[in-house]
Design a protein around this ligand. Structure first.
Ligand code: DGL
Length: 297
């Protein structure tokens, strides 16, 4: 059974577009709906209750749009709200970004030392610490909170001197220590951070592998669609359990043109500009009015 319903993505703002881009590269036949809550970003400095509340509203909006699966393209919302969302909406499969990112970082390190740069809420949750230790208890993890980078990235300051200096400052706990103790893998534990990948790389040179949860989560998404038989026509590659004989490999003749929608609770022009800078081509952005609430409630 091929499933033409779209895949839903949400984030506190533009950060999850980094996950969306990776997903679209890997799953070109799938339709997508992305919802960015730019009017209420950042999430990383909010209370857990607020994050769960906002994440539930966004998930519900996507479910109302008829999505078949939801990617929580936000580390903060994954760290704080994933169990609550799975409990509240049992019919919808949710994919978080923490476990895939943790697995990728654990596989990447050679010296057993991983740096995790994330928002204050993600660090506070301990979700990355637990997930990386689950992969390999012997690994040493240094977590650094850098919530202050999120508003800069949301404002489009990607290559600016202000952002470079803020990145260098944020990385000091990792760069200012004895070289023998340094991490060899930096996990970008916030989906906004890949926008500033060059700034991170320039602080370390090529001595550190930079891993992001966006790429890793897109790989997990493909697996989840396959095992749940939710793939769009023409997308199936079969699974280890079923090479396609159970009927979820789409017939070759079914032609589907995927559709892609971008929605924001914030300013559409600014959102569009950031989307264009990431995707390299024009993107239409719709507004979703009902969540236009004061940024701090
Ligand atoms: N992009 C989000 C994350 O991955 C949230 C950043 C924020 O709003 O503070 O954590």
């Amino acid at each position: 059974m091929a499933d033409t319903r779209p895949i839903g993505f949400f984030d506190s703002g533009v950060g999850g577009l980094t996950v969306l881009r990776e997903a679209q590269l890997r799953l070109p036949g799938e339709s997508t709906i992305y919802l960015g809550d730019s009017a209420r970003h950042p999430y990383g400095t909010r209370s857990d209750e607020e994050v769960v509340h906002f994440a539930s509203e966004l998930a519900e909006a996507l479910i109302d749009e008829g999505v078949k699966v939801i990617v929580i393209a936000c580390n903060t919302a994954t760290a704080v709200a994933l169990p609550a969302l799975r409990t509240r909406y049992p019919e919808t499969p949710f994919i978080g970004v923490i476990r895939p990112g943790a697995a990728a970082a654990a596989l990447s390190t050679r010296n057993g030392r991983i740096g995790v740069l994330a928002t204050a809420a993600t660090v506070r949750s301990g979700a990355y610490f637990t997930a990386i230790k689950d992969e390999n208890p012997a690994l040493h993890i240094v977590q650094v909170a850098a919530s202050e980078l999120v508003p800069l990235i949301e404002q489009g300051e990607h290559g600016s001197a202000a952002l470079r200096s803020a990145v260098a400052q944020a990385l000091l706990p990792l760069t200012s220590i004895d070289p023998s103790q340094r991490v060899d893998t930096l996990l970008l534990g916030c989906t906004h951070f890949p926008f500033a990948r060059e700034a991170f790389a320039s602080c370390f040179g090529d001595t550190v592998a930079i891993v992001d949860s966006a790429t890793a989560a897109a790989g997990t998404l493909r697996e989840v669609l396959a095992v749940n038989q939710l793939e769009a026509p023409g997308s199936s590659r079969g699974t280890a359990a079923d090479a396609g004989h159970a009927g979820h490999t789409a017939p070759e003749h079914v032609a589907v043109t995927p559709t892609h929608r971008l929605l924001t609770t914030g300013d559409t022009a600014q959102f569009r500009q950031l989307a264009v800078s990431l995707f390299g081509s024009e993107r239409a952005v719709e507004t979703i009015e009902q969540y236009k609430v004061p940024a701090r409630g």
